[in-house]
Design a protein around this ligand. Sequence first.
Ligand code: ADP
Length: 159
Amino acid sequence: MITAVYPGSFDPVTNGHLDITSRAARVFDQVIVAVYERPNKRLLFSAEQRVRMIGQAIQDWPNVSVDRYESLTVEYARQVGAQVLIRGLRALTDFELELQMAHINQRLDPGIEVICLMASQSYSFLSSSIVKEIAALGANVSSLVPAHVARALGEHFAD
Ligand code: ADP
């Protein structure tokens, strides 16, 4: 059985993340969307909120679950018995960073493979940062994120 971990900040989860998750779920037996609790960036949502939003989005996908972690990603993957790390690639700019991270992870644990899925064309422009930026300006983000995430963004920026 192959278990894949899809790690990220998911602040918040977008339709692009969910596209990668559902495609990974067709390839691997089990996919764990793993929320990195304290990434080196300013967060809008707490780890609990990010986990809850993903949980609601994946509730009907039988081989997908959500979890959170604080340790090194490869350490977390080892802990849950995963053999694969999934990442999504949107553009050349993603590639540089992902290649660097894949090399570091390979060095830390050569037993874990990093597999990158290409972003679907329709989501290749989409990032959590873009969603937050336009939601902050009051724009409608309902075509970019699940309805409950759009609602949470609306509530956040209404305050
Ligand atoms: P991180 O802080 O780890 O980059 P993100 O939540 O921004 O966390 O992204 C998690 C992963 O999902 C990364 O591999 C990123 O490249 C990928 N990703 C983000 N948005 C998209 C998208 N629209 N389509 C495909 N992959 C994406």
